[in-house]
Design a protein around this ligand. Structure first.
Ligand code: SAM
Ligand code: SF4
Length: 368
């Protein structure tokens, strides 16, 4: 397996020579091609509810943000989004929300059962830190994957920016292990450039992805939201300014590239946060440095601007059909193709994926 030591990761994080960075990106793109092929999987995102009981210091959905009108989708609206995902040829729906107790275990289980009965779609859930019995119930109902970013592997910083809801509740790293043991494909990830986050802590994040053997890994820039303590500067974690990692595009690309090298067969999205800080090229560049997944938005347009995790979020005006066409255009312009079927880490149903991986391995053998 390809390897990068912590010292090498740190060196790359601080590298500024464009030619050397091109070498890193070429290497990560080749690893992507060899291990997951040229397919880009489209996961349709349904933002179920903007209600949240948590007080994460970075997120616009935190309960204390009273300036944000809240919504919760109805069952009919969710079903319409799922039908649209099928019509647009997506292989997965991702149902995401704040930690909203009104999304009861039974309601979510019913929705998952309905999707699995009526469609061939894979179901990913991203509903925050829920109880083990709920996670088990949803898995039994047919949910395939669960996304829960651990945000930073630095325990002190995590506790500071992510107050616990219930004292002594399991942390996100523990929950990720629990999700894997329940049989989910588990997705973690981090924000890059959180105030108080050092370069060294980012290097440890990359090593943590590999140690956890994650199936999906989401990496995006931290984007300040003025209605949050971290974004307004009311909370200012102490750090030596020379050690503070920037929330720049380039550092995100470096993190994605090294993650691809160390976790070659993981599914790695080119995130909406990346598309937000570079609306023109962010998604495509993410796909060029190691990503193989995009998450087009299926949420009804009337709700999109209300799911305001951070300001100026990309793709909040476009219809689901426009999003699909735009992303497919970007994928084709890179010489890649949209994957078919669920596109899980352990299964590959699309024959073109086999061909594209096989071909790249052949090319590599010929050039050795
Ligand atoms: N409530 C669920 C949870 O916390 O896992 C899912 C929704 S939450 C909005 C999804 C992700 O948004 C978080 O894991 C976090 O990484 C990201 N996020 C929140 N605030 C952000 C910010 N200010 N900048 C960038 N990403 C942010
Ligand atoms: Fe709620 Fe998730 Fe935002 Fe935290 S990150 S406030 S849990 S929506």
């Amino acid at each position: 397996m390809a390897d990068l030591s912590k010292a090498e990761i740190l060196q790359w994080l601080k590298e500024s020579e464009p030619k050397r960075l091109q070498d890193l990106y070429r290497r990560s793109d080749l690893v992507r091609k060899q291990h997951v092929g040229d397919a880009v999987h489209l996961r349709g995102l349904i933002e179920l509810s903007s209600h949240c009981v948590r007080q994460c210091m970075y997120c616009g959905l935190r309960q204390a943000n009273q300036s944000l009108p809240r919504y919760r989708m109805t069952l009919n609206e969710v079903e319409d989004c799922v039908r649209l995902a099928e019509k647009l040829g997506y292989g997965t729906v991702v149902m995401q929300a704040g930690e909203d107790d009104a999304l009861t275990s039974d309601w979510i289980a019913e929705v998952v059962r309905w999707i699995k009965r009526e469609t061939a779609l894979a179901v990913t859930l991203s509903l925050g830190e829920r109880r083990e019995e709920e996670l088990r119930l949803w898995r039994q109902a047919g949910a395939d994957r669960y996304l829960l970013r651990f945000e930073t592997s630095n325990p002190g910083l995590f506790r500071l920016i992510h107050p616990q809801r219930v004292p002594d509740s399991p942390d996100r790293l523990t929950l990720l292990r629990q999700l894997k043991s329940l049989g989910y494909e588990a997705g973690g990830g981090v924000m890059v450039g959180i105030p108080g986050q050092s370069y060294e802590s980012l290097a440890e994040d990359v090593l943590m992805f590999r140690a956890l053997d994650l199936d999906m890994i989401g990496i995006g820039p931290y984007i300040p939201h003025l209605a949050t303590p971290l974004g307004s500067g009311a909370l200012c974690p102490e750090i030596d300014p020379a050690e503070q990692a920037p929330n720049s595009e380039e550092v995100v690309y470096k993190m994605m590239a090294m993650t691809r090298i160390l976790c070659p067969d993981a599914n790695i999205p080119s995130t909406t946060a990346l598309a937000t800080i570079n609306k023109t090229h962010g998604r495509k560049r993410g796909l060029s440095v190691g990503a193989n997944v995009v998450m087009p938005n299926l949420t009804p347009v009337k709700y999109r601007s209300l799911y305001q995790i951070y300001p100026a979020k990309a793709c909040i005006e476009e219809s689901a059909t426009d999003c699909s066409e735009c992303l497919r255009g970007q994928i084709h312009s890179l010489g890649r193709f949209a994957g078919q079927g669920p596109g899980g880490r352990r299964i590959c149903e699309d024959p073109r994926e086999v061909v594209s991986r096989g071909h790249s391995q052949l090319v590599q053998l010929q050039t050795q």
